[in-house]
Design a binder for this molecule. Sequence first.
Ligand SMILES: [Zn+2]
Length: 328
Amino acid sequence: MNKSIKHTIDYCQKNFSPYQFKQVRILEFPRYQQFAQSFPNTIPFSEAIGFIMILSDDSVVDMAYYVTSHEVAHQWWGHQVAGANTLGSTIMVESMAQYTALMVMEKEYTAKNINKYLKYELDRYLAGRSFERKGEQPMVTCDNQQYIHYQKGSLVMYQLKDLIGEDSLNAALSRFIKEYGFQSAPYVQSPTFVNYLRNATPDSLKYVVTDLFEKITLFNLQTTEATAIKQGNNYRVKIKTEAEKVYSDSIGNEQKIPIRDWIDIGVFTEGANGKDSLIYVKRNHFNKKESEFEITVSAKPTKAGIDPMFKLIDRATEDNLKKIEVEN
Ligand SMILES: [Zn+2]
């Protein structure tokens, strides 16, 4: 927790704006309630979250580190920037605390381990929308729906960072805080925030900001074939994929949209600990449903496919990757 506080304050000061207090403290409270919450320079934190955790199993997400970082990030997103009491406002608070914590965690746990967390967020977002009762909203008009401002927030901010780069995105966020931090009424609203993101995005990619923040966008991605042949010391991997994009309305009616998106193709090998390790990943532009790829790798491939780190919102992730039996 202490490490996470320090890392988060350093990250936010470097990328967004100075911290406004001279201390920060965590107050531990009994597990009658299970939450943590950020007040100015003070964070009550339930004993039920992260005080007792077994972290030796590396498939476990370090929630003590992550939740602390999220709460410290609220000293910026919530305590420096406070949105109007209107639809979409929580994306400037909760989604931004999620994004900040993801970026801080990515430095501590490496980008590779982040996909474990993205997958966790993806599953929770999809579960959340399947239980929606009053209609799913896009990010920009999120109606205080937690699966949207937390879970989808992590996913869309990570995608945007992946496309335009962390520095460009943070420079835009810093400009936004400079303009709207510590303001009084009338408070800023979410369309203004989304425009800061759009302005930081090259023209050729502005449609992604629309897809991520103003639409409910879903992908159907799958790998239909993955084979490999040994060639000398290398392996020639062949992959066939299918990719479709749809927009959903608030009650789940879907409309097919021509795909014109950048999506990763990846190949895994068996890592040192016996687990799959990504040896090749490259972003490709998709403009039709079916595509084929040929890739040469130097280690024996175990599986390969589309969107290997689960960055995009796809309801069936289990068909993204296919096992490879190498032909000699
Ligand atoms: Zn929060």
